[in-house]
Design a protein around this ligand. Structure first.
Ligand SMILES: Nc1ncnc2c1ncn2[C@@H]1O[C@H](COP(=O)(O)OP(=O)(O)OP(=O)(O)O)[C@@H](O)[C@H]1O
Ligand SMILES: [Mg+2]
Length: 294
């Protein structure tokens, strides 16, 4: 599996430009799409799952034009939309069975076996007879994930899948995806939670205001932020000034003032020490500084 996104633009009918010249090469494995609210993550995903056409540009899936081969692409896809909702009058297992039928699983016996296995995998087997609408928020999320995975897709696109999950469920979910990330499968995961990316994705892109601000590995993102993250010891009075001048990302109280972490290309007028960035620092640096010039 291989997805090549070339010169993609999306302008909504009301004039909103959601994507600007997006070029991305996505290989097998987990690919993280990171970006702040409104960056264009969901727009890109809706185009990838063929629900929406780009204004210009193209996508190739295994060298095939993605819109001209829509049926082929759809047969390989599993999708969890950001605003996933479902028929709440169905029982949990009935809902999943319905999703499996929609995905083209015709044999009743095979379908039931897949549904049971998937319910086990996402930890919903014990509540399989509960109405889907009566599940907790986290459980609904897991049912959404289950419906995306039921037909063993080779391209899995999940839009903010960990929203509303507690930390334990997030870890469990990440492990589930990591297990699926076997040979010949592409998983694209969008999030604005940096930790979701750092712990699972080998490759990632950072989207900001419709543009790709970075693409590479999380380590490369960190490396490129080196020399742009600073630690400054300040008095209470200086703190106000630092806060006005720089993007402060952490503040720790000390006996005689504050220790603040800021991002920026340089720090003047304060005793600043460049520190080793983590992924969160790097994210803020790229979001705040890479597109400002444009
Ligand atoms: N149907 C639409 N019509 C007009 N503009 C839209 C539409 N959907 C999204 N947009 C705009 O396109 C831009 C990108 O939105 P999108 O939902 O793709 O971002 P996102 O990265 O998924 O954000 P979030 O993290 O909040 O989910 C935003 O400016 C948004 O307001
Ligand atoms: Mg979104």
């Amino acid at each position: 599996m291989h997805i090549s996104i070339q010169g993609l633009n999306k302008i909504y009918p009301n004039g909103n430009q959601a994507l600007t010249n997006v070029n991305l090469d996505i290989q097998e494995g987990m690919f993280g799409l990171l970006g702040p609210n409104g960056a264009g993550k969901s727009s890109l995903m809706r185009i990838l799952v063929t629900l929406m056409k780009p204004s210009s540009g193209q996508i190739l899936v295994n060298d095939l034009d993605h819109f001209k081969n829509r049926d082929y692409v759809r047969s390989k896809l599993g999708y969890l939309p950001q605003d996933f909702s479902f028929f709440s009058n169905l029982k949990t297992y009935e809902f999943l069975d319905y999703a499996a039928r929609l995905a083209g699983m015709k044999s009743g016996r095979k379908r039931r076996a897949s549904v049971d296995r998937m319910l086990e995998d996402v930890g919903l087997f014990d509540v399989r007879n509960r109405k889907a609408g009566k599940l907790s928020g986290g459980m609904k999320r897991r049912l959404g994930i289950a419906q995306a995975l039921i037909n063993e897709p080779q391209i899995i696109i999940v839009d903010e899948p960990t929203t509303g999950l507690d930390p334990e469920e997030r870890i469990r979910f990440r492990n589930l995806l990591a297990r699926l990330s076997v040979k010949d499968v592409i998983i694209i995961l969008s999030t604005h939670i940096v930790a979701d990316i750092s712990s699972t994705c080998e490759h990632m892109a950072l989207l900001n205001r419709g543009q790709v601000a970075f693409t590479g590995s999380p380590e490369e993102l960190i490396n490129q932020a080196k020399g742009h993250v600073w630690s400054i010891d300040v008095s209470e009075k200086e703190y106000v000034e630092v806060n006005q001048k720089y993007q402060v990302i952490a503040t720790v109280m000390k006996e005689d003032g504050w220790k603040v972490t800021v991002v920026g290309d340089e720090v003047k007028g304060f005793a600043a020490e460049a520190i080793q960035p983590n992924l969160e620092h790097a994210y803020v640096y790229f979001v705040e500084h890479t597109l400002k010039a444009n």
